[in-house]
Design a protein around this ligand. Structure first.
Ligand SMILES: CC(C)(COP(=O)(O)OP(=O)(O)OC[C@H]1O[C@@H](n2cnc3c(N)ncnc32)[C@H](O)[C@@H]1OP(=O)(O)O)[C@@H](O)C(=O)NCCC(=O)NCCS
Length: 166
């Protein structure tokens, strides 16, 4: 299996990664509109895409200050490859990459509360303040999700995100 940085996915990659069930991602997310990532880490087995982690750079507003973060989303492993810790390789690759430079090691993600212990194993902590992000009808807060942070300390206040979530 090979795991590397990629940008574009083919239709076959999409089908393999996201087409294996009617609803692959948590049902709570269906009512929100999400960002399509600009960058990805893809794991392939004999060329077939079997796991994916998407990410892009975003700015958050907190206490009227703009903070840059790498937003991680679209974490998925095909069912027959799950339970083999493949996401550990993908997260480690991202966390040790130049995308997270010494100046800005801050990465973040949204997930349902039930997945928080899983992402905690990858070094993410739950942010306790409110987080609002942009949807078509303005900024909303998603009570169904927690926002998790890695690589930043003492982030307190309320977060406003002037884009769709990731
Ligand atoms: C979440 C997901 C990426 C984990 O992939 P994986 O290859 O099974 O991950 P790992 O092998 O690293 O870890 C498996 C662990 O995750 C836990 N886990 C997997 N899915 C879980 C879920 N939906 N809720 C809670 N825990 C979960 C397993 O219990 C296991 O726990 P352990 O480490 O204590 O044994 C995979 O289940 C998946 O693709 N799910 C569908 C897409 C999705 O929901 N993505 C997350 C969006 S926020």
């Amino acid at each position: 299996m090979k795991c590397k940085f990629e940008q574009q996915l083919t239709d076959a990659d999409h089908k393999s990664l996201f087409g294996w069930a009617e609803r692959v991602f948590p049902a709570e997310g269906a009512k929100y509109s999400w960002v399509e990532p600009t960058n990805r880490i893809v794991t392939r087995d004999s060329g077939i895409a079997i796991a994916h982690l998407g990410f892009s750079r975003f700015n958050l507003e907190i206490n009227s200050k703009s903070v840059s973060t790498i937003g991680v989303g679209g974490v998925v492993v095909r069912p027959e490859y799950q339970g083999k810790k493949i996401p550990y390789t993908m997260f480690s690759k991202l966390h040790s990459s130049d995308f997270l430079s010494p100046q800005s090691r801050f990465s973040s993600l949204f997930c349902p509360l039930r997945l928080a212990p899983y992402y905690a194993k990858h070094g993410y902590d739950i942010f306790n303040g409110s987080v609002r992000f942009l949807q078509n009808n303005g900024h909303v807060e998603a009570k169904e999700f927690v926002f998790m942070l890695r690589g930043i300390r003492e982030l307190s206040g309320d977060i406003i995100i002037h884009s769709k979530p990731w």
